[in-house]
Design a binder for this molecule. Structure first.
Ligand SMILES: Cc1cc2nc3c(=O)[nH]c(=O)nc-3n(C[C@H](O)[C@H](O)[C@H](O)COP(=O)(O)O)c2cc1C
Length: 197
């Protein structure tokens, strides 16, 4: 974890690692509310804000996730005090008259399913990224996961709202005495991943 010598920037991107385990300390709802209050401020196109988040806190709710998880993800996921389902509302455009500054935007999206799906997925994914970074800044450890059955999760947790599930983020406080960190996997360097044109 961060030391007194690390800057917030280093802490956010370099010191924090994907969590493999969590402390048993619960994550209270006021922390989740603070987290969402940060996430919602991150930019989305036309302020469309399609991201939706279901925080599974109770043992019952987390157990309901078990059959949808890939085998390798079960233990780590269920040991987290909270699991967030990061999703989006495919009908996000219904909120645009309230959220959007450009008139006619709602009708534009409502008439084009391809465009609205692409927009919801793009911006909902961004909002999930904001959630990971904001959680880190609130002192939480995060484990994002795509190894799960999204249809099963939608059916069990999101059917009433009609939201789509994108990925999961297990959340909790960092373990006080973590097992030795795995060596960090290599990253692509600037020349491989970037163009300056
Ligand atoms: C969208 C997404 C999905 C992921 N899915 C899984 C997963 O299903 N199971 C898992 O063990 N780790 C999963 N991870 C964790 C990544 O493998 C991990 O963040 C990456 O290797 C970087 O690790 P580091 O933060 O320790 O450098 C996922 C990460 C992201 C961002």
């Amino acid at each position: 974890m961060a030391t007194q010598d690390t800057s917030p920037l280093e802490e956010l991107f370099t010191v924090h690692r994907t969590a493999r385990a969590f402390a048993s300390r619960p994550v209270e709802e006021d922390v989740l509310r603070r987290l969402y209050d940060l996430v919602k401020m991150g930019p989305t196109s036309g302020n469309c804000s399609p991201g939706r988040f279901a925080f599974l806190k109770t043992e019952d709710a987390k157990e309901g996730l078990r059959p949808a998880l890939s085998v390798g993800n079960v233990e780590r996921t269920l040991s987290a005090p909270v699991v967030a389902i990061v999703g989006h509302d495919p009908l996000f455009f219904e909120q645009l008259p309230r959220l959007g500054s450009v008139s006619g935007l709602r009708d534009w999206f409502a008439a084009d399913v391809g465009l609205s799906e692409e927009t919801a997925f793009r911006n909902g994914t961004l909002q999930g990224g904001y959630l990971i970074l904001a959680a880190r800044m609130l002192g939480l450890a995060t484990l994002p996961m795509s190894g799960f059955d999204s249809l099963m999760v939608e059916e069990r947790f999101l059917r009433q709202q009609g939201w789509r599930a994108n990925f999961l983020v297990a959340l909790g406080y960092p373990q006080e005495n973590p097992a030795e960190e795995m060596e960090r996997l290599p990253k692509l360097n600037f020349e491989e991943a970037c163009l300056c044109l």
